[in-house]
Design a protein around this ligand. Structure first.
Ligand code: FES
Length: 103
């Protein structure tokens, strides 16, 4: 199990859940009832309702965003250089823990 820490912006409210290897971060967030993660397209990289921010240092340990993910992020109002789609990040045993920020 991998610890996922979600921090809601701007108030900083923190949510911690444990995710199984093989789940996407979006799936784990939905199961853990994390607010603001909707996952409307079910993880098909088509809706952007799983938008999160992940600090650049933490992103170095993750696979880079695909061109398709970048295309969706380009249409999200609050997108920043640290934006990712939680449905495109799979939980792996190699992760110690991951901190994500909820726009
Ligand atoms: S759940 Fe739709 S883009 Fe992530």
């Amino acid at each position: 199990m991998v610890k996922l820490i979600f921090i809601r912006l701007p108030d900083g409210k923190k949510y911690e859940i444990h995710a199984k290897s093989g789940q996407s971060v979006m799936e784990a967030a939905i199961a853990g009832r994390i607010p603001r993660i909707i996952g409307e397209c079910g993880g098909a990289c088509a809706c952007g309702t799983c938008h999160v921010y992940i600090e650049k240092a933490a992103q170095k340990n993750l696979p880079a965003a695909s061109a398709m993910e970048e295309d969706i992020l380009a249409f999200i109002d609050k997108a920043k250089p640290t934006s990712r789609l939680a449905c495109q990040i799979n939980v792996t045993e190699n992760m110690q823990e991951l901190t994500l920020y909820l726009p």
